[in-house]
Each structure stands twice: as C-alpha cells, then as structure tokens.
Design a binder for this molecule. Structure first.
Ligand code: NDP
Ligand code: 8X3
Length: 258
C-alpha cells in the first residue's frame, strides 16, 4: 500500500483564506485532521471560518500580505499549538481588469504587483526560515495558466503569475538538502470570487467566463493542493497545471490587413 503523509500532523499557514481556494483548502486540511492558520483582510470571513471549523483547528489572523511587518507580527503571535508550521499556502492574489494594456488603470497594475508578487515574496521570505529550522516542510504557491500562456488583457496579471512560477522553481534550488518541498499550482478557469474581484463587483461581467460551461471550483483546486502535500516526503511536484476539461487551447492570432 502506497504510504502518504499523515495530514493530522500538518500545520498549514494560508494566505487568502477568506474565500475561494484558500477557504476550501482550510476546510480540506481540517477535514483530514490538520491545523490551519487562516489569514486574510476580511476579518468577519475569518471568524465565520473559525466558527465553522473550530478554534482548536483554526487560528485566524487579519492580514494584508502587502504589509511585511504584519506578516512577521502574525507569525510571532502564533499560539504554541499553531507555531510549528510545516506547510505554507501562498495563495492570496487577484486579477484586476481585462482591458488592453494601454487602457488599464495603472493602480490596478500596482495592486496586482504589490499583492501577487511583493506580498507573496514577503510571505515566503517570512516563513521559509522557520520551515528550514524545524527540519523541513512544503511551500505551495498559487500560480496560474496565465503565467504560462498569454491572452488578451492578461498583461500584468499573467506576468505576476510568471513571477510566482519562477520564484517557486528558484526556491527549489535554494532549499536543496533542507527537506523543503516547493510546488506551484497553476489552475485555469475556476469559479470563485476571482472574477467578481477582477470586474470590481460587476456580477454580470463576472459571471460571463463561467456561462454555459463547467469550470472547476475551489474544492477541485483545494484537493489538488492537498494531494500534492500528502505525497511522501521524497516526492516533489514542481509545477501542476490544472484546467477544466472544457478549457483548451486556441490558435495563434494572426493580424491580416484585409
Ligand atoms: P478569491 O477572490 O476567491 O480569493 C482570493 C483571496 O486572496 C481572498 O481570500 C482574499 O482575501 C485574498 N487577498 C487578496 N488580496 C489580499 C491581500 N492584499 N492580502 C491578503 N489577502 C488578500 O480568488 P481565488 O481563490 O480564485 O484565488 C486564489 C489565488 O488563485 C489567487 O492568487 C489567484 O490569482 C489564483 N488563481 C485563481 C484562478 C481562478 O480562476 N479562480 C485560476 C488560477 C489562479 P481578502 O480580500 O479577505 O484579503
Ligand atoms: C486565473 C485564470 O485564465 O482567468 O488565473 O487568468 S485566468
């Protein structure tokens, strides 16, 4: 019988646990007996999650990943039973807008860079030394198919996810021999609050990408994340690209004068 890791020993630090993949992953780990540190900016969502899953299983902390000192403060204030983190799920992130690059709001670009790049880098940098000091662990980053394939309007969002992919791969080199695994999960179309955020609360526009098709949902990705972390310690999934069966590839776009 193939021997998976025992998830009841997992202590998982999750950024962006107030919705989507992060919340679904929190539920998945707790269902398997693990403990979760659930973070995000929306405190009321964190409280709801904690009430649902139990304070003995979930520690919550209001956190904006753009605030480097706040990440350090959350780590420093962890109760002893949540302090021995062995999995980091660097998930917090967002897309804003889908306009052509020349028409975007520059502050949208700034927010995506500050969250998906800087915030994720802060998260990893703050938690990696602890993993190494405790003898090992696993960092899971949330990339995207947008970090692999260009698409109209993808501009800075896709570029931030290309950063995440390369950071994850580079981290692997730096943790060689430290018993730390690094996995970049790269989902495609998945129905969460992602689209509502991208279209700034416009429910009509947000629903469009999912209309008439079967997209993935947050639980699909949570299961993928969970699976990658339960594999035996000698197995490292570097990158995992996951798409809805209904999503595939189109041809190159050729501009023709007539
Ligand atoms: P959601 O919008 O449902 O969740 C995003 C989470 O990120 C929320 O919990 C939000 O919490 C958190 N977040 C955003 N900004 C910050 C911040 N500054 N500090 C802390 N937390 C923040 O989207 P998903 O669950 O779909 O997205 C999760 C990740 O997966 C993102 O990185 C996204 O880019 C990526 N992804 C999503 C795909 C999709 O199709 N859904 C596909 C591929 C990748 P709060 O607002 O409370 O702070
Ligand atoms: C989210 C998937 O295709 O909307 O990263 O960029 S996509």
């Amino acid at each position: 019988m193939y021997q998976l890791l025992d998830p009841s020993r997992f202590v998982v630090f999750i950024t962006g646990a107030t919705s989507g993949f992060g919340a679904a992953a929190a539920r998945r780990y707790v269902a398997a007996g693990g403990k979760v540190i659930a973070t995000g900016r929306r405190k009321e969502r964190l409280v709801e999650l904690q009430n649902e899953l139990g304070a003995e299983n979930v520690h919550i902390a209001e956190l904006d990943v753009q605030d480097r000192k706040a990440i350090d403060a959350v780590i420093a204030a962890l109760p002893p039973e949540f302090a021995n983190i062995n999995i980091v799920l660097a998930n917090a992130g967002l897309a804003l807008g889908l306009q052509p690059a020349a028409e975007t709001d520059i502050t949208d670009w700034e927010t995506m860079i500050a969250t998906n790049i800087t915030g994720l880098a802060y998260t990893v940098r703050a938690l990696l030394p602890g993993l190494i000091a405790r003898g090992g662990g696993h960092i899971v980053t949330l990339g995207s198919v947008a970090g692999d394939y260009p698409y109209p309007g993808g501009s800075v969002y896709g570029a931030t996810k290309a950063f995440v992919k390369q950071l994850a791969l580079n981290l692997r080199s730096d943790v060689q021999g430290k018993n730390v695994r690094v996995t970049n999960i790269e989902p495609g179309l998945t129905e969460t609050e992602f689209s509502l955020v991208r279209f700034k609360g416009d429910e009509g526009k947000a629903a469009k990408p999912y209309e008439g098709t079967k997209a993935m949902n947050a639980e699909d990705i949570a299961e993928t994340i969970f699976w990658s972390t339960t594999l035996p310690a000698h197995v490292n999934v570097n990158r995992l690209q996951v798409m809805a069966t209904t999503q595939a590839f189109g041809p190159f776009d050729i501009y023709r004068e007539s």
